[in-house]
Design a protein around this ligand. Sequence first.
Ligand SMILES: [Zn+2]
Length: 324
Amino acid sequence: MYYWRKERQKYKKASNFILWGCCTILLFCSWGFFAHKKINHYAVFTLPKELAAFYKPHLSYITEHAVDPDKRRTVVLGESERHYIDLDRYGANPFPESPSWTKAMEQYSEDSLRQNGILPWQIQRSYRQLVRAFAEKDAPAILKLSADLGHYIADAHVPLHTTSNYNGKQTDQEGIHAFWESRLPEMFALRYNFVVGKARYIDDTQKEAWNIIKNTYTLVDSVLQIEKRLSGQYKQNQKYRYEKRNQQLVRAYSTAYSKAYHDALSGMVEQQMRAAIFSVGSYWYSAWVDAGQPQLTGLPIGTEIVDSIPQFSDEKKPGREEWQ
Ligand SMILES: [Zn+2]
C-alpha cells in the first residue's frame, strides 16, 4: 500500500512548516509499511507444515521485504502502475470476463492499460514467477517473489487502490488514502485478530485476483461516503490536530476523528487485512502445489539475498508524473 502521487507536489509548494496532514505523516512514519509487514508476516502462519518449515526461518525477510515494491515505485520504470487499477475508468461493469493481459490488450492499448493501473495482471505475473522459482528450487527467488506477491495481493485489498479517486481529490477528501490504509491500521491493529485459518489451493489464480479486486472495489463508496458524512459532523479543529514529526509541525487526523471513522467502517479495515493474509498464504501455497510440491528443506539460501531495490540514477524519475 503506498501513497504519494499528487501529494508530493504539495510539499514543494508548502510555504511553512505546517505541511498537509496525513500524507506528510506517511512520508516520515511509513504507516502503510506497517500493514504490509503484518500481512506478509501472518500469511506464513496459514501455510501447511511442510511449506511453513521453509518460510519460518526467513520470517523476518518475508516481513521486512513486504514493502520492497513500494520502495521500487520511484526508481524502477513500470513499477508504479503495478499497485493499483482504476476500475471506474472502465464503465459500470469493468472487465466482466476477468481477462488475461493478452485478452485485455485486444481491447485496450498497452498505454491506456498501464495508465489506469495493472494490478490484477501483476499478481498473475508474480504468481507465475513464483511457481517457476519453486520448480527450480531457487530459494532466494522464492523468498523475494513471495514477498513481492504478498505486497501486490495486499494492495488488491485496499479499496482506494481500485479507483481513480484514490485520494479523495474528486470528492474533496484529500488525505483519505493514507488515513484508511495507514493511520487506521497503525492505530487499531493491536485489537485485530490475525488468525485466519489454513491457506487453500486456488484453482484459477487469475480469476481469483479479479474476484479479490472486484470485491474490494465494491467497498469504495462506503470508504468515501462514510468519511464524508462524518466530516460534516466535526469542526476542523476537532477533525485535525497538529503533531511534531522530525522537527516539523504536521496536520494529522485527530484520535477522536480516527476512532469515529474506524467505528463507522464497522470492521472493514480488519476484514480487509484478514482477507489479505488469507489470500497471500493461499497464493504462496498454490504456487508451491503448482510447482509439484518440491522438497525445500535444506535449500541453500546463499550468503545474502540480493536486495531488489536499485539505486536511483536518472534525472527523470519513472512512474506517474503526478507522483513525483
Ligand atoms: Zn503498493
